[in-house]
Design a protein around this ligand. Structure first.
Ligand code: NAD
Ligand code: ZN
Ligand code: ZN
Length: 366
């Protein structure tokens, strides 16, 4: 069949909307009609080349949709089911899955980073040439073929635009707070970067009962957005931010400092923003060839902890429905994340808006 998709042909070039060929699902694969796809910064890292990936690629890894057809042997879902797409599917059998770290599952990492399905081949092509799939999801397209293991069913009456954000930003951000470091009630939290991920960290910290939640962003437009999501304070990024964070935390620095941008210099600033004995959580994805200079002399003497958080230390089959329930109960205000909706044809505009810092999370609705 054919589908319209946003194709990235080379780094530092716009997405091009094209009609590409999409093969039918093979054994263990599912054809999904995409309903919504979030504008996550991780796709933008493909555009800048900060994340290396085979090209051309159909990006999009924060999505939800409706199962249109299934390949042979598929048992997990059937046509008509609504699904949230999981960009780090887990096998349930490898070392990491057996040690309660399914977000680090090693079984599918090879093919997913090669941009192909689990059997090593792509389903997408253009003029007979292969087009690669980002994270096995490639959901910047009207239709996509994904591995069965990437499909997490949700209730049919759950809003699919919110479901899409559960597929990445929400699970990454809320999970960083409640799973990776288990923010304690009453504690102080600083979050650098108030995009879809940082705002979700703020919501997760709020849910966990944090006391002060300080959002830091370079865009003034994020002030009201961050406060609406549960931040108690907003600071415009700049040289004196850590001084302000200490002023707001009895002179000590925050108990937990999250970096949700992906810039080594900001990660270094986060170490200084944490109090002695505090924890720095690296959530933003810095360029693959970059490194961060964190002084061991301070980490040791001040007993600071630096920890990475990938996909919110999630168990997606457990957490996607959990976050959906918390949304329905009014405990996670995920509506506040969906600030602007776009058509697929407006994808370059959507990314320009993300980079401008004037919106919470953009969502492509099909
Ligand atoms: N760890 C994971 O599993 C995971 C999952 C998803 C996304 N990510 C990464 O998290 C990061 C954030 O993603 P997002 O989709 O929320 O991005 P985003 O672009 O929506 O948000 C980034 C925010 O940071 C702000 N910002 C940029 N530079 C700044 C600076 N120097 N100082 C202060 N604020 C600054 C921007 O104004 C914006 O509000 C990205 O690196 C993304 O790739 C990581
Ligand atoms: Zn596994
Ligand atoms: Zn993402």
């Amino acid at each position: 069949m054919k589908t319209r998709a946003a194709v990235l042909h080379q780094v530092n070039s716009p997405f091009r909307i094209e009609t590409v060929d999409l093969e039918a699902p093979r054994p263990g694969e599912v054809l999904v009609r995409v309903a919504a796809a979030g504008i996550c910064h991780s796709d933008w890292h493909l555009v800048t080349g900060d994340t290396k990936h085979p090209l051309p690629v159909v990006a999009g890894h924060e999505g939800a949709g409706i199962v249109e057809a299934v390949g042979p042997g598929v048992r997990r879902v059937k046509p008509g089911d609504h699904v949230v797409l999981n960009w780090a599917p887990n096998c349930g059998e490898c070392f990491y899955c057996l040690h309660d770290r399914p977000n680090l599952c090693e079984t599918y990492v090879g093919p997913l980073w090669d941009g192909v399905m689990l059997d090593g081949t792509p389903r997408l092509s253009l003029n007979g040439q292969p087009v690669y799939h980002f994270s096995g999801l490639a959901c910047f397209a009207e239709y996509t073929v994904v591995p069965e293991v990437s499909c997490i069913p949700i209730d049919r009456d759950f809003p699919l635009n919110i479901a899409a954000l559960i597929g990445c930003a929400v699970t990454t951000g809320v999970g960083a707070a409640v799973n990776t470091v288990r923010v304690r009630p009453g504690s102080s939290v600083a979050v650098f970067g108030a995009g879809g991920v940082g705002l979700s960290i703020i919501m997760g910290a709020h849910l966990a009962g944090a006391g002060r939640i300080i959002a830091v962003d370079r865009a003034e437009a994020k002030r009201q957005i961050a406060l609406d999501c549960g931040a108690t304070d907003f600071l415009l990024a700049g040289a004196d931010v850590n001084h302000e964070i200490r002023r707001l935390t009895a002179g000590r620095g925050a108990d937990y400092v999250f970096e949700a941008i992906g810039i080594p210099a900001v990660q270094e600033q986060c170490l200084d923003a944490a109090r002695p004995g505090g924890t720095i959580v690296l959530v933003g994805l810095s360029p693959m060839d970059s490194s961060t200079n964190l002084p061991g002399a301070i980490i040791t003497r001040q007993e600071k902890t630096v920890i990475g958080s990938y996909y919110g230390t999630s168990n997606t089959a457990r957490d996607f429905p959990l976050y959906a329930d918390l949304y329905r109960q009014g405990k996670l205000g995920l509506d506040r994340l969906v600030s602007t909706t776009y058509t697929l044809d407006q994808i370059n505009e959507a990314y320009a808006d993300m980079l401008s810092g004037r919106i919470a999370r953009g969502v492509i609705e099909f």
